[in-house]
Unconditional design. Structure first.
Length: 346
């Protein structure tokens, strides 16, 4: 059966008076042509332009070869197609696809490439809070942080009745002697420990942190900032905070309780918690022995730590017994029993 194909050209935005097209009739080939679709997406949401507006450029503009917006576009699209390292841009500064996305196909000066090299991009990424004599480009950190939330809010035509914010602290492995380098026992390596906040597929916050800290360090400040910005736009939305056991900290739970934010956090098991569900574990074990396969029971009770929590809180437990051993798990939750569903696959 013959392969069906179309020779029609796909048109893209005009750049510097030149029409950009894609076709299947040979000619120059690039493995990154799909990145042009990212450019179409960016034009729809204006990410690069608004991101670039968060920088303050004090350079003499008549002498500027690489604008802040072009450099931001070059870095954003470069990362999106897999070029994470700045050194890659020593070659990418001549790349026609990346130049098209940055809107700059030719350089003003003969001795320059159309796009910036690694050193120029490095100065952009290390821009201080405000320009000074030696650093002509500064950045507004609050504006950058707020942009992530603004894009999330704009992605919804109408406010949803409820949203869930997921907090996650994960490792960013290090392979050299970077500043702030520490060994992390859980991840068994040297790393940073950034804090991420997601709502579904939307990234709302990313905070780079050293790894010699508690997993919840800085979480209250981030959640407070996000919730305040979301409620300005969606004052009636119900907000639920979700995290693993690293989030089950007094400061974070107390803040949620004081500001009308519900939460569901994993709770690291200990002997006191396990003893609280002895009966459920025994029932699960008896069922496993009688019928084979995993068996589960659930428990719901008020719980307070010996000294770290200011009050008793609701804990839901899964008393699971596997063929090899018991596997009890716990969550601390502010939601009421009438609206909580416990998954047997959790």
């Amino acid at each position: 059966m013959p392969t069906e194909f179309s020779s029609d050209l796909f048109g893209y935005e005009v750049v510097e008076g030149r029409q950009v097209v894609a076709a299947f009739d040979g000619g120059e080939v690039t493995s990154d042509a799909g990145a042009l679709l990212l450019g179409a997406t960016d034009r729809a949401i204006g990410l690069v332009t608004r991101f670039a507006a968060c920088f303050d450029d004090a350079r003499v503009q008549a002498q500027v070869e690489h604008t802040v917006e072009a450099m931001v576009a070059q870095r954003v699209f470069g990362i999106a197609v897999g070029y994470e390292d700045l050194i890659d841009h020593n070659e990418l500064r001549h790349d026609p696809v990346l130049a098209t996305l940055a809107g700059k196909l030719t350089a003003k000066r003969r001795d320059c490439a159309p796009l910036a090299g690694k050193s120029t991009l490095n100065r952009l990424e290390h821009a201080p809070a405000a320009p000074d004599r030696y650093h002509k480009i500064g950045h507004d950190a609050a504006a950058i942080e707020g942009l992530f939330v603004t894009l999330f809010l704009e992605a919804h035509k109408t406010p949803p009745p409820e949203i869930t914010l997921d907090l996650d602290a994960t490792d960013d492995p290090l392979h050299g002697h970077q500043e702030g380098r520490f060994f992390h026992g859980y991840y068994d390596g040297y790393c940073y420990l950034p804090l991420y906040v997601f709502c579904g597929r939307h990234l709302l916050a990313a905070k780079l942190r050293r790894s010699n800290i508690d997993a919840s360090a800085g979480a209250v400040a981030e959640v407070e900032r996000l919730v305040a910005q979301i409620r300005v736009r969606w004052p009636r939305v119900k907000i639920v905070l979700r995290a693993d056991s690293g989030g089950a900290r007094e400061k974070l739970m107390a803040w949620c309780e004081a500001h009308g934010v519900d939460y569901l956090f994993g709770l690291a098991r200990n002997q006191r918690l396990v003893r609280a569900i002895d009966q459920e574990l025994a029932e699960a074990k008896a069922e496993r022995l009688a019928h084979g396969g995993p068996a589960r029971r659930f428990a719901d009770f008020a719980w307070r730590t010996l000294d770290s929590w200011s009050c008793a809180r609701r804990v839901v437990a899964e008393a699971e017994h596997l063929p090899q051993s018991s596997n009890p798990r716990f969550v601390v939750i502010s939601l009421g029993a009438a609206i909580v569903g416990v998954s047997h696959n959790s």
